[in-house]
Structures are given as structure tokens and as C-alpha cells.
Design a protein around this ligand. Structure first.
Ligand code: IMP
Length: 427
């Protein structure tokens, strides 16, 4: 049975939570495969609004098993408080599974993240300050702490010692900070062991068996394609692989098992943090998109940078992820504009360029080439089918589809769970 990947086609915050939750009822497992509590999903269920950072949004579905895969970085204090917050609101979280191979974000990773950003000054990345980059750096440097290490005190102590050896030198000598005590970190981490124990599992085995048993497994990417460490706007990226390949490495499920890769695509563009963004608006239109779209980060509370739709980026996302479908979100936010510009290509040093340039220098110089499409003023939030949309909204969707290289199979027309038009079923 199918394994599906659902991921952000732009710079994140495309509204994945809603898409995942919409599929939740028919999905048996929802898996996060990368990132950590730098992500932020807002999921609206009935009159309840949930902000999730680390947990897969499938946690809100009573029939679905949420899984935190090996590719995720886990801050145990955040995880436990997210779980207890949901429990207090009556959500059953007992089915959660966490890979023993997932890496742990410790307080020293958070410290290093913040200190590094401060010292980068105007060259800073604008990270979420959650310790994501330093935790992945330790993983690659082979001095990381994994969830399974919480269950062997001696190994844990050795590993924390190894990790802090160099870090304390850097913190004290370079950044003029106090050294971090090994015992204190070990004690804090051991304090989480018992609480996390019921959730720790061999998730690779569980997921592969589930697929053999014809279960539906949904992989949920955090962040977005352009924030991918390999394929994004490096260095203004996160430190993991939100792109489709990351679903395999971050879960231990092979690529032959994946049947569908769905890109979540906002009807306009946003990004948080630093880095190039060709269609960014600094005028009243940008302010209006921010206000109407509620474009404020779920995780950091930062205002998102806003701009028009960029088809060059959408085409790129189709290519690097092998997208089979798009889920277009927030179409309702565009209601009321008489004309809607869409970026169809870039102008770089006087030349028209149709595809995303591989050179960072070129991308920083890219100016959007716009085509303008006629807007609509009718309320679309009650539309149930494509034909319910005003003609100009239909034409906008069709134009985006043609430019972006994959069919638009669903459209979000409002924040509520049922404010979605399904065109082709995902299952
Ligand atoms: P980090 O992931 O905290 O290291 O931040 C690296 C970059 O990714 C920064 O520009 C962040 O603003 C951005 N980022 C991280 N998580 C998200 C997300 O969920 N949505 C949008 N941007 C994100």
C-alpha cells in the first residue's frame, strides 16, 4: 500500500498541518522524518486550534499512529511539554513512537545556536534558536546524543563528555561564556528517560512492517524545499533534508515504497529568517498578504516576509522532489485583489532565466518577471468543488498548475478542516 510524502514546496509554512490532518482519517501512520521543534503547524479541528512544533500533526487523529523518525532532532523538554499540553486538552497521545536513533537537542545545542547567530552579526541565518543546526552538526561529527543513549548512563556520560570537550573550549575561550558541566547535562537528560521510555521503538521495523501489511504511511516534511540543506538557498537553510529523499533516510523506508510525493504550495510566497526571496514585497500588498494570511511564525512569533507566487520555485520543487501532486493552500487570502502578479521567470543581469539558477550569486541578483492575472472578489471559503470557484480563481489555479509542472489535486480555501476542495484523491 502507498507511502506518501507531504512536504513544503517553498520556504515552509505552506499549511502542511491542514493537509496532513485532512488525510489523517485515512492514514495509519504519520511520520516526521527531519527537523525538530523549529517547525510549526497550526491545525484547526472544529473550534479548536492546535499549534504543534515537534509532534506529527497526525497526533490529533484518534486512528493514526504518529511517528518521530530517526532523522528528527528531539528536544525532550519540548516534546514532553507538547505532549502534556495535548493531554490536558483531552488528546490521547499514547500511540506516539519515537526512533531510538533520533538525536537529542540538549541545552548546550540551544546555547551554541544562539551564541553562533549573535557572533555572525549581519551574516546571521535567522535561525529559530532551537539548537537545530548544532544538533545536526554533532550528528554528522559523530558526537551526537541519541534517544537510546538515555538508557545507558555510562555511555551517555562518555558521549556528553566527548561533545562538551570541544564545545566548552569554544564557549569559554571564543565566546566568553561559562563552561557547561557534564554532570548537570547528564542529570537533566536522565530525568527524561523514564517519561520517554513508553514511546521509544524500532520505528524502521514498525514502518516497514506496516507497509507490508498494506497500511497507509504518510511522511510529513517540516520546513520546505528551499530550506533544504542540499537543495535550498544555502546557507540560509535549515540543517536537514525536508526534500523527498529525506523521507527515506530519515525513516529507514526505501524509495521504492513511496508512491506519491505531494508538494504543499501557498498561493503566494512567504519566508522567515534571512536569505534571498525574489518576489518579496515591501509595500502595502506585502502588508496586506501578511495581515489577511495571518503570516506570523507559529514557532517564533516573527512576522513572515511576504511576496507574490513564484512559479520558478514551484517548478524547482517539482523537479528536486519528483512531485506527483500539489496541494495549493490559502487561495482565499488572494480574494479582493483586482490583479494578481505571478512570477514566471527571473531577470538576471539583463537575461531572462526560466529555471532556478544554481549559483547563489545569480539567485541573489534575480529580479522577478511578472505576468498579471485577473483577480476575483467573491468569497470562496464555502466552495466545495473546483467549479464552485469564480472563473478568475479557476484560471489562477490552472495557470499556476501549468507553470509549476504537477497537477493541483487539492485547494485550501480557508483555515478550517473542511474548507478544502479535493480535485484528485491522494489515496
Ligand atoms: P533553523 O532550522 O532553526 O536552524 O533555522 C534555519 C532557517 O530555517 C531560518 O531561516 C529559519 O527561519 C528557517 N526555518 C526553520 N524552521 C522553519 C519553519 O518551520 N518554517 C519556515 N522557516 C523555518
Amino acid at each position: 500500500m502507498p507511502a506518501l510524502v507531504l512536504l513544503g514546496a517553498q520556504w515552509g509554512d505552506e499549511g502542511k498541518g491542514k493537509a496532513t490532518d485532512l488525510l489523517g482519517g485515512s492514514v495509519d501512520y504519520v511520520v516526521r522524518y527531519q527537523g525538530g521543534n523549529n517547525a510549526g503547524h497550526t491545525v484547526v479541528v472544529g473550534d479548536q486550534k492546535y499549534a504543534l512544533h515537534l509532534l506529527p500533526s497526525g497526533i490529533l487523529s484518534p486512528t493514526c499512529v504518529p511517528v518521530i523518525g530517526n532523522g528528527v532532532v528531539v528536544d525532550p523538554s519540548v516534546l514532553l511539554s507538547e505532549l502534556s499540553g495535548l493531554n490536558e486538552r483531552g488528546v490521547d497521545t499514547s500511540k506516539l513512537m519515537i526512533s531510538g536513533n533520533a538525536h537529542i537537542i540538549t541545552p548546550y545545542h540551544v546555547t551554541v545556536d544562539k551564541v553562533t547567530e549573535r557572533f555572525l552579526g549581519k551574516r546571521k541565518i535567522g535561525t529559530t534558536g532551537r539548537g537545530i543546526g548544532p544538533t545536526y552538526a554533532d550528528k554528522i561529527n559523530r558526537v551526537g546524543i541519541r534517544v537510546q543513549d538515555l538508557y545507558d548512563e555510562s555511555i551517555l556520560t562518555q558521549k556528553v563528555e566527548a561533545a562538551l570537550d570541544v564545545k566548552n573550549q569554544v564557549l569559554t575561550k571564543l565566546y566568553n561564556r561559562r563552561a557547561i558541566a557534564v554532570d548537570q547535562v547528564v542529570e537533566e537528560l536522565l530525568g527524561y528517560a523514564e517519561k520517554l521510555a513508553p514511546y521509544v521503538a524500532d520505528t524502521v521495523l514498525v514502518l516497514n512492517q506496516a507497509l507490508e501489511d498494506d497500511k497507509v504511511v504518510l511522511f510529513e516534511g517540516g520546513q520546505g524545499t528551499l530550506l533544504d540543506i542540499d537543495h535550498g538557498t544555502y546557507p540560509f537553510v535549515t540543517s536537514s533534508n525536508p526534500t523527498a529523499g529525506g523521507a527515506c533516510t530519515g525513516s529507514g523506508v526505501g524509495p521504492t515504497k513511496i508512491s506519491r510525493v505531494i508538494g504543499i504550495l501557498k498561493a503566494y510566497t512567504t519566508r522567515v529568517g534571512a536569505g534571498p526571496f525574489p518576489t518579496e514585497l515591501f509595500d502595502a500588498d506585502g502588508d496586506a498578504l501578511r495581515r489577511i494570511g495571518g503570516e506570523r511564525g507559529v514557532t517564533t512569533g516573527r512576522d513572515r516576509r511576504c511576496g507574490w507566487f513564484d512559479a520558478v520555485i514551484a517548478r524547482y520543487a517539482t523537479r528536486v522532489n519528483g512531485l506527483t501532486d500539489f496541494f495549493l493552500t490559502k487561495l482565499d487570502v488572494l480574494t479582493g485583489w483586482e490583479q494578481i502578479p505571478v512570477c514566471v521567470a527571473y531577470e538576471i543581469d539583463g537575461k531572462r532565466v526560466e529555471e532556478l539558477p544554481y549559483s547563489q550569486t545569480d539567485f541573489h541578483h534575480a529580479k522577478p518577471v511578472y505576468e498579471t492575472l485577473p483577480g476575483w472578489s467573491e468569497d470562496i471559503t464555502k466552495a466545495k468543488s473546483f467549479s464552485d470557484l469564480p472563473k478568475n480563481a479557476q484560471n489562477y489555479v490552472r495557470a499556476l498548475e501549468e507553470m509549476s509542472g504537477a497537477p493541483i489535486s487539492a485547494i485550501g480555501v480557508g483555515p478550517g478542516r473542511d474548507e478544502t476542495i479535493e480535485i484528485n484523491s491522494f489515496l
